[in-house]
Design a protein around this ligand. Structure first.
Ligand SMILES: C[S@@+](CC[C@H](N)C(=O)[O-])C[C@H]1O[C@@H](n2cnc3c(N)ncnc32)[C@H](O)[C@@H]1O
Length: 454
């Protein structure tokens, strides 16, 4: 640690190098490689204070979702505040982005808490937030915890920063919005998160234990998620649904029901955002939304409540088989919105450059592309993902249709829409689309398109 102009003792390695995520300046450790825009997988972990740039799109969506809850009053009504916790905040990038990028007129309604056990990471959070304060500094005050005590920690520029085991932080105070972004599996934090949420709340969960969630590590999957997997083209969708299944069943035990808002397999992690409400009746309805995916001989798959003995070999589950997104909320998550909320103005960029950010025209262009890609395809697929749909991987179609290859995805989607079916591409590294057409209709279209083009 060494002295610094902010008045606090700077952590070793400060100030590192400057980088821009959304429109928030962040400090990366000097030894961390300068990120490329939109990296695909986890960067090399450089230890304490490491920031994973591959999570930037998930953080962007988190900014948009929280802003949407405030703008559209779907979590709390009127002018009431929302108490938000990033339970494992590391260097505080997400909480700082919430404070910097959510529109100024909504900031007064946010009470933000950031928690982590790692002192180095929290010091990095503190000094970053003091060095680059948000445009609007909210006079956030301590609010008594569940035991009418003042919580530990301190409030810096509108963020309450705390150093506790995340489970203790969540058991001590109640929140309406909790973000869980651990290393690996979120399982050990889930119950405390569900218990600390108010009667109506939002839980956002990241899981990087994709080997367990996709079934490529069957024993971890069975232990952590109580499920059986099949490693095939539906493994990513299974991973999302298996995590949602665990959240839904854990919530039901606490008389809470879930409603997924957005749930994605994003490269090397699963990220789900769900709304929770306390309701015994709602929680009891969980049985309608839990089931298994059974692969078939004349269709790619179908969801069933329980597979029979013959189906078990080709089945994965149990998992959430209900809707995955909220049509209205996800429908507002457009590229324009991401740019409008998270991209800096030229004046802001000038100020940032004056404070040492090296950001040329290429960086501007690539970072805008990254913002757009963070939400690409979401708004268009929102309606279908909020109701029954069929998920199809383009590469699987030639086998089913008996064609030598697959037509372009845009052509299949356009042809389906012409026949008044809904169809949309999904945000996935794989070429995947969703539709409400029957599988037989999709195959007919694929055969027609293939024959007319070959
Ligand atoms: C993947 S990082 C969080 C990344 C962060 N949310 C972001 O967007 O940059 C996981 C963090 O969990 C913290 N952590 C691990 N176990 C913890 C615990 N029991 N309580 C609180 N923090 C913990 C680690 O110190 C680490 O900073």
């Amino acid at each position: 640690m060494s002295g610094d102009a902010t008045g606090m003792t700077a952590p070793d390695g400060w100030p590192g190098q400057l980088w821009l995520e959304g429109r928030t300046i962040i400090h990366l450790k000097q030894e961390q490689e300068r990120p490329t825009h939109m990296p695909r997988g986890p960067a090399k972990n450089t230890g304490q204070g490491f920031l994973n740039p591959a999570m930037a799109p998930a953080r962007t969506r988190s900014v948009l979702l929280l802003a949407d809850a405030l703008e559209n009053d779907w979590l709390v009504t009127g002018e009431k505040p929302i108490r938000v916790l990033d339970a494992l905040c590391a260097t505080g990038v997400r909480v700082r982005r919430w404070r910097n990028e959510i529109p100024a007129n909504l900031q007064q309604r946010l009470r933000i808490s950031a928690n982590d056990l790692d002192e180095f990471a929290l010091n990095w959070t503190r000094i970053s937030h003091i060095t680059h304060p948000p445009e609007v500094i909210v006079e956030q005050e301590f609010e008594d915890d569940r035991h009418n005590r003042i919580p530990s920690g301190e409030i810096i520029n509108g963020i309450h920063i705390q150093q506790l085991d995340a489970r203790v932080a969540m058991m001590e105070s109640a929140f309406q919005w909790v973000d869980l972004d651990p290393f690996g599996s979120p399982v050990s934090f889930l119950d405390s998160a569900l218990q600390c949420l108010s009667r109506s709340g939002v839980l956002e969960v990241t899981a990087t234990d994709t080997a367990a969630l996709t079934g490529s590590s069957p024993s971890s999957m069975a232990r952590r998620y109580g499920a059986k997997g099949l490693v095939d083209i539906y493994a990513h969708d299974d991973a999302v649904r298996i995590l949602l299944g665990l959240i839904a069943t854990s919530a039901a035990r606490l008389d809470k029901k879930i409603k997924p808002i957005l749930a994605l397999f994003d490269g090397h992690h699963v990220r789900v955002s769900v709304q929770l409400k306390t309701s015994k009746e709602g929680a009891s309805e969980i049985t309608q939304n839990m089931g298994w995916r059974v692969r078939g001989e004349d269709e790619p798959y179908r969801f069933v409540t329980h597979p029979n003995t013959d189906q078990l070999e080709n089945a994965s589950g149990p998992m959430w088989i209900g809707p995955l997104w909220d049509a209205e909320i996800a429908g507002r998550m457009s590229e324009e919105k991401a740019i409008q909320m998270c991209s800096p103005s030229l004046a802001q960029l000038q100020q940032m450059r004056a404070s040492g950010l090296v950001w040329d025209d290429e960086d501007i262009e690539y970072s805008q592309r990254e913002l757009r890609r963070s939400v690409r395809y979401i708004a268009d697929a929102a309606d279908l993902m909020s109701r029954d749909h069929l998920l199809i991987n383009l590469d699987s179609l030639p086998k089913w249709a008996g064609t030598g290859g697959a037509p372009k995805m845009e052509k299949i989607i356009a042809a389906l829409q012409q026949l008044n079916f809904a169809a949309a591409r999904l945000p996935d590294l794989e070429p995947v689309f969703v539709t409400d057409a029957a599988f037989a209709d999709v195959i007919k279209i694929v055969q027609q398109l293939w024959t007319s083009n070959n």
